[in-house]
Design a protein around this ligand. Sequence first.
Ligand code: ADP
Ligand code: MG
Length: 352
Amino acid sequence: PPSRELPRIRRLEESVVNRIAAGEVIQRPVSAVKELVENSLDAGATSINVIVKDGGLKLIQVSDDGHGIRYEDLPILCERHTTSKLSTFEDLQSIRTMGFRGEALASITYVAHVTVTTITKGQLHGYRTSYRDGAMEQEPKACAAVKGTQIMVENLFYNMAARRKMMQNNSQDDHAKIVDLLSRFAIHYEGLSISCRKHGAARPDVHTVAASSKVESIRGVYGPSVAQSLIKVEVSYNDPSSAIFEMNGLISDSSYVAKKTTMVLFINDRLVDCSALKRVIEVVYAATLPKASKPFVYMAIKLPPEHVDVNVHPTKREVSLLNQEVILGQIQSAIEGKLRNCNEAMTFEEQT
Ligand code: ADP
Ligand code: MG
């Protein structure tokens, strides 16, 4: 009978399910770096140092000076769905931390070897232990430690042959992606000192110090020609019947000419993409400063947390906002105004 040829439905082993899911959350080395740095920020770090080897495939090490992890929490630290940040679904409405799913560390342990060293306030020594497939591998050992947490991720994708092979030919590209990511964090978080270096390199690829201004950080990271061209834009909009938001930005003027747009966008301190906003901005530039139509744009938007849905797929950086049309319209006219002014000032200078 044909039924014998029908494929049987079987339940996948849990370890297979977890590895597949982890490969979706951690698509590339840069995804792991983002998760680790966000955890450091959630832990109140003011200093984050990242070391990368082979574009992150051999080693990603993130050290912070945050509040550390309690000894008693270490056994479940890397299990799936263990978090200190969320307890009820309703908490999501007012969530202030970047993490909340308790999925990142677990995912990383399914596709790499993870070693954690941490010390909490008032302790004389820290603890170190390692993890694989969500589980702690041995009892934490006492060790010397400075303030905070260090997470070491080694041999990323060691158990995903195809992915690893693909990335091995691409380590320059992955390193660049990591540097780009950390540059963005460095600009937005003024109280944060952040550095990223290649393993064994004398000089870091990114290094900003806490309390330097945004323009200074941008100068350090993106160079003087960007920094010199920046104009401040601000919108403060409060109409409960349509939208409530604040925007603070720095955008390039007509003196900055580039091949592609750089858009550094933070919404409620989360690094995100919003292609609709990017498009609106490019249209304004093309209309007012056609020669400089690929701008540098840094923008920080604050919204009531309930107006942004953060509970999207873990890898999706793209957000959508409540009342997006109103917000985009307001930002568009603020930028238009600034660019017109700067155009007129230029024309005036040329005439006199
Ligand atoms: P989430 O960030 O969604 O809670 P993660 O898997 O990223 O999930 O982290 C799990 C938990 O581990 C966090 O809730 C936090 O309590 C702890 N943790 C992770 N990284 C750090 C760190 N660098 N410093 C202090 N605690 C950390
Ligand atoms: Mg996290």
